[in-house]
Write a protein that binds this ligand. Structure first.
Ligand SMILES: [Zn+2]
Length: 287
């Protein structure tokens, strides 16, 4: 028995231009409408997987670890840790989570490992029993960022994970710590060592694409984010993933899409990839 549930965490508003790389506003504003400050709404949507013997959480999102000034700067509106509320609504307490899988250490994906910010309090982990899993290359990048991506990391996240003694770093695409029915696709275009998780399901694999394909708009092959370290490599990796998913009837899970949690991919009459069979929330797919 395996159930998959999409869970919304704290949303964000970020600059639309930065989110769409070299695409002009005239193009991307047709897909997502910007606000007065040119920002677009972005979800932080985690994936909860309940197997017979374990409860897994993929990317706990930005969470609520920022102090109020940084919360405002990064467009995080709610002060509470929304994902913990979503987990509670799904019947999962923080201590029930056995493992948190971190696709990479950018704060909007990993900040949710931390408990909400409190004046004068040291950062603490929100999941008291969980083991944490990240790719070794992604971890090394987080510990020694480049000046161009330094602002995407927060040192207190790494410090708390390291001090916990509950951090597992995996090399290559080794997903054996997760048990049967999981594999990792590795990707370097967004950030070195990004783990793209694939979960086997009877109706075809579900791929937690993380920032390789953050939402439906980025299913368009040439569309990248300004945050991507190597956009051409990212497009090549994305093409390989989408061709593979199309061939195997796989589905894409979208971390940042404000409206859609999951879709399949298909090609239109000109051969361009598009999201099809969109689902706004995913729950209780049983195996
Ligand atoms: Zn990222």
């Amino acid at each position: 028995m395996r159930t998959l549930t999409s869970l919304l965490g704290n949303g964000q508003r970020l600059d639309g231009g930065a989110m769409f790389g070299n695409a002009p506003k005239a193009l991307w504003s047709r897909w997502v409408a910007p606000d007065d400050a040119n920002r677009i709404p972005l979800a932080c949507r985690a994936l909860l997987v309940r197997d017979a013997g374990q409860t897994l959480l993929f990317d706990p999102g930005v969470g609520a670890f920022f102090p109020p000034d940084l919360r405002a700067r990064y467009g995080v509106e709610e002060p509470q840790h929304v994902l913990l509320d979503s987990l509670a609504a799904a019947g999962v307490a923080p201590e029930d989570v056995d493992r948190v899988v971190l696709s990479h250490l950018h704060f909007d994906h990993a900040g949710g490992v931390l408990a909400p910010w409190r004046e004068g309090a040291e950062p603490a982990l929100a999941f008291p029993r969980a083991r944490f899993l990240a790719g070794r290359e992604a971890w090394e990048r987080a510990r020694a960022p480049h000046p161009r991506d330094r602002a995407s990391f927060a040192a207190e996240i790494c410090a708390a994970l390291e001090a916990s003694g509950r951090l597992d770093l995996v090399a290559g695409d080794d997903a054996s710590l997760l048990g049967e029915g999981y594999r990792f696709h590795r990707s370097r275009g967004h950030t070195p060592g990004l783990l793209v998780s694939e979960i086997a399901m009877p109706e075809g694999p579900v791929v937690f694409a993380s920032d390789l394909v953050p939402g439906r708009a980025w299913v368009h092959l040439p569309i990248t984010m300004g945050y991507d370290r190597n956009p051409e490599l990212l497009v090549d990796e994305k093409r390989a993933l989408l061709e593979d998913l199309e061939a195997r009837a796989g589905r894409l899970f979208y971390f940042h899409d404000a409206e859609v949690a999951l879709s399949r991919v298909a090609r239109d009459e000109r051969g361009r990839f598009r999201a099809v069979e969109e689902t706004s929330a995913l729950s209780e797919l049983a195996a």
